[in-house]
Design a protein around this ligand. Structure first.
Ligand SMILES: *[C@@H]1O[C@H](CO)[C@@H](O)[C@H](O)[C@H]1NC(C)=O
Ligand SMILES: *[C@@H]1O[C@H](CO)[C@@H](O)[C@H](O)[C@H]1NC(C)=O
Ligand SMILES: *[C@@H]1O[C@H](CO)[C@@H](O)[C@H](O)[C@H]1NC(C)=O
Ligand SMILES: *[C@@H]1O[C@H](CO)[C@@H](O)[C@H](O)[C@H]1NC(C)=O
Ligand SMILES: *[C@@H]1O[C@H](CO)[C@@H](O)[C@H](O)[C@H]1NC(C)=O
Ligand SMILES: *[C@@H]1O[C@H](CO)[C@@H](O)[C@H](O)[C@H]1NC(C)=O
Ligand SMILES: *[C@@H]1O[C@H](CO)[C@@H](O)[C@H](O)[C@H]1NC(C)=O
Ligand SMILES: *[C@@H]1O[C@H](CO)[C@@H](O)[C@H](O)[C@H]1NC(C)=O
Ligand SMILES: *[C@@H]1O[C@H](CO)[C@@H](O)[C@H](O)[C@H]1NC(C)=O
Ligand SMILES: *[C@@H]1O[C@H](CO)[C@@H](O)[C@H](O)[C@H]1NC(C)=O
Ligand SMILES: *[C@@H]1O[C@H](CO)[C@@H](O)[C@H](O)[C@H]1NC(C)=O
Length: 676
């Protein structure tokens, strides 16, 4: 309700304004997708489900975000893991060794490359973005989003761009192997972020330009703090500095001490800038762990010297890269299909985290959050038929829980442009945005499920159960909320249409081997995250609900939420939970555990208006048309020049005006439909 009235009051305040600025709405996608043409014409069908293993469309050459190529599900492990195993769980956290510290429900956040932010945050159709973010805030209270990446180091805040766009690409840095452009951007980007936060509870991290420490540009800090205010949490200082020398952005002897010294120059700039009130907003060292270890930075006086300026400690880590497929000189491209089995292993997340646990302890000592600032399945765009399928859903959820277990505070899943495989969500190619909706990627379901796994109290502590003899294909975690056992997370990485490799997991609480009185409940509630195969791209459901196929997402779930009640054996004091192959089961052990996993909106509003037949989530095309900034002007009489007339509104107050207006209008319509 608060959400709606906020929108209405915003609409009313906008209705008083009659100066309309029509900006060039073309996001960068339009200019940056020259590679291999646009999405192919064969992708025009609003939904395409590709059978696992099918490459019937031939060798696809269109945008990677819509590549239909999938691989047959890999053979299951041999020897096969036991399909029945027991978990005897301690009822309270104080009895559990090595359990994590408390983590927020909003553990997973989003990392958006600065050069593509306009696609996500300010193209014609922001409604799907807002709806997707609302799904997360309903579950976690907030979403943290980082705007930065390779582009941030060469991004400059300017008073205006020559063509009025909020971000303008200047040139491609030839030394940057991720091919990201140098940018100029205006305050409008910051206003747009602020306006988005007024609709959905998004907190932001921004990256500063770290390319030139002799000429420090504090504008983004000053303007960011002034415009975004409390919704701006901190500033990333340097992006993957352990790659600077390799990328020829610094001399070859650039090392952790050099970074420590440059960071210090920024500390001085923050401390000496009278226009910056918040000094403890700096985030570092953002290593890629490519050439340095975290410990190389901790060996310098970084933590002691800068503790008063540090907001959080950070790292950016992918388990692998697909760079050789894109850039010459890096050898043969990896066999894409051969990568798939590597993501069907619990040990993938465990091995990434092994380099991070020591910093987890250091972060506790210095009392700072410890953030995975950018991650996904593989850098340089991910792997074909791997990063965009259900294998990555299960992998990301397992990896995320492993990061929680390793005492990390947040992990931000990276969103690239149109030409990557791993996006959690992809806006349509710009020239198709008037008739196509968004595409939700497989990994988004992990981001969606995570806050329900953790529970919304922000008190969750997680422990890896080393289940089934620590089998790589059948991991499990226990989640304690307010220090009481609340939920169990069960994974099955295998694919088996016959059902023979489905798991029967016998959960007992207290009693048995634990030496405690048995407190096994008489029944439990279970939510499933499932697909028919680890190679499924779109037909994935979380608790029976789905977000649509290719160009099929408006950001709202379709289908009825399905929560399965499983009766337990009250004599044997055991609850036996089936986990399909492949699949994930969230077992909620009490009513409060189930309530804390329930999204707010479901508790508040009737879901009847949401019930639609499978994958028919659509916004009326006329709404899409009017959410295009260019037609927004038709709704009001007004000039098309900036600040030319302004009833009660100062000239120079120039939001991404029509876009913001159009978004609000569309959201109003959608939410109205939602409630009636
Ligand atoms: C979109 O742009 C791409 C690349 O310029 C082009 O190949 C494609 O045909 C365009 N699609 C439409 C629907 O205009
Ligand atoms: C696809 O490419 C492979 C080699 O990568 C080739 O063997 C095959 O014939 C191609 N298929 C089609 C349909 O073009
Ligand atoms: C805690 O973790 C350490 C390091 O992995 C291990 O040696 C120890 O046995 C664990 N303790 C418990 C109680 O699981
Ligand atoms: C996480 O922090 C807790 C509390 O300090 C500690 O007991 C536990 O061993 C840590 N976990 C890991 C994996 O280091
Ligand atoms: C959990 O934390 C989020 C911010 O991360 C906040 O919005 C929410 O209100 C908190 N929930 C509770 C129950 O404290
Ligand atoms: C830093 O980046 C800015 C913006 O791209 C550029 O103008 C400037 O020359 C760069 N400085 C150095 C030392 O590379
Ligand atoms: C900003 O606008 C002024 C006047 O319209 C123009 O001279 C200047 O080049 C513009 N700056 C940029 C960075 O485009
Ligand atoms: C970093 O390089 C400098 C020389 O440029 C050297 O004096 C210093 O010892 C190096 N520091 C580390 C941590 O390797
Ligand atoms: C799992 O449980 C079901 C139902 O109780 C049973 O039919 C099946 O045989 C069990 N599977 C295994 C591997 O124990
Ligand atoms: C989606 O998957 C379900 C089972 O998981 C299956 O029954 C249904 O036919 C699939 N839908 C499509 C369109 O493939
Ligand atoms: C939205 O943006 C406009 C300028 O673009 C600004 O005046 C207004 O304060 C912003 N609103 C919020 C809530 O940030």
């Amino acid at each position: 309700m608060a959400f709606r009235s906020l929108i209405l009051s915003f609409l009313c305040s906008l209705a008083a304004v009659n100066a309309i600025t029509v900006y060039n709405q073309l996001p960068l996608a339009a200019q940056s997708t020259s590679t291999a043409g646009g999405a192919s014409a064969t992708l025009d069908a609003s939904v395409t489900y590709t059978a696992p293993g099918s490459t019937a469309t031939g060798n696809y050459t269109g945008l990677k975000a819509y590549d239909p190529t999938t691989w047959p599900a890999p053979a299951n492990p041999d020897p096969a893991p036991a399909t029945s195993f027991a978990l005897n769980l301690m009822p309270s956290a104080d009895l559990v060794g090595n359990i994590s510290i408390k983590t927020p429900a909003a553990f997973f956040g989003i990392s958006i490359e600065m050069s593509v932010v306009t696609q996500v945050c300010k193209s014609h159709i922001q409604v799907p973005f807002l709806n997707l973010m609302a799904l997360l805030t309903e579950r976690a209270g907030q979403v943290v989003i980082r705007v930065g990446g390779n582009t941030q180091d060469y991004a400059t805040l300017v008073g205006n761009t020559s063509d009025g766009k909020m971000i303008e690409k200047q040139s491609i840095d030839p030394n940057n192997p991720t091919g990201t452009p140098t940018l100029i951007f205006t305050d409008e980007l910051l206003y747009t972020m602020s306006n988005i936060s007024s609709l959905v509870n998004i907190k932001w991290y921004l990256g500063v330009p770290f390319n030139d420490t002799e000429n420090i540009h504090m504008e983004i800090v000053e303007h960011g703090e002034r415009i975004i205010g409390d919704n701006l949490l901190g500033f990333q200082i340097g992006n993957e500095p352990d790659l600077y020398a390799q990328h020829l952005h610094r001399p070859t002897d650039y090392n952790a001490t050099s970074y420590y010294l440059e960071f210090g120059q920024w500390v001085n700039a923050f401390n000496n800038d009278a226009n910056v009130a918040q000094k403890a907003t700096m985030i570092g060292p953002n290593l890629a762990l490519a050439n340095w270890a975290m410990e190389d930075v901790w060996a310098t006086p970084f933590l002691t010297d800068y503790t008063n300026n540090l907001y959080a400690l950070s790292v950016e880590r992918y388990p692998d890269d697909n760079c050789a497929a894109i850039y010459a000189g890096l050898g043969d491209a990896k066999d894409q299909q051969a990568q798939l089995p590597l993501y069907l292993k619990h040990s993938s997340g465990v091995s990434i985290c092994s380099a991070l646990t020591n910093t987890g302890m250091i972060a506790q000592q210095v009392q700072k959050p410890w953030i995975m600032f950018e991650t996904n399945s593989a850098s340089c765009g991910g792997f074909q038929g791997v990063s965009n399928v259900f294998a990555s859903t299960l992998w990301a959820l397992d990896y995320g829980l492993q990061m929680v277990y390793s005492n990390m505070t947040h992990a931000l899943i990276h969103v690239g442009g149109q030409d990557v495989y791993y996006n959690p969500f992809t806006p349509p190619p710009t020239n198709q945005s008037s008739f196509h909706q968004w595409t939700v990627g497989a990994i988004f379901y992990a981001i969606l499920a995570m806050p329900e796994v953790l529970g919304k109290t922000n008190t969750s502590r997680v422990v890896d159960l080393f289940a089934n003899g620590n089998n790589d294909a059948t991991p499990a975690y226990a989640i304690y909320e307010n220090d009481q056992l609340a939920r169990v997370a069960l994974f099955n990485y295998m694919t088996d249409p016959t059902g023979a490799m489905a798991l029967n997991v016998s959960i007992a609480v207290g009693g048995g081997e634990t030496g405690q009185a048995s407190t096994t409940p008489s029944s439990v509630k279970v939510k499933y995250l499932v697909a028919d195969s680890v190679s499924e791209r779109y037909n994935i459901t979380w608790a029976g609900q789905n977000l649509g196929g290719e160009f099929g997402a408006d950001g709202r779930l379709t289908g009825e939420e399905q929560v399965v009640t499983v009766p337990c054996d009250t004599t044997a004091q055991i609850c036996t939970i089936r986990v399909p192959a492949p699949g994930f089961a969230l077992v909620m052990l009490s009513d409060s555990a189930a309530q804390n996993s329930e999204p707010e909106a479901t508790a508040t509003y009737s879901t009847t208006a949401l019930t639609k037949t499978y994958n028919t989530a659509t916004v009326d095309e006329s709404i899409l048309a009017t959410s295009n900034g260019h037609s927004g002007k038709d709704r009001f009489v007004g000039s098309t020049s900036k600040g030319s007339s302004g009833a009660g509104r100062a000239a120079g107050v120039i939001p991404s005006f029509t876009a913001v207006f159009a978004v609000l209008a569309s959201v109003g319509v959608l939410y109205k439909a939602f409630w009636t």
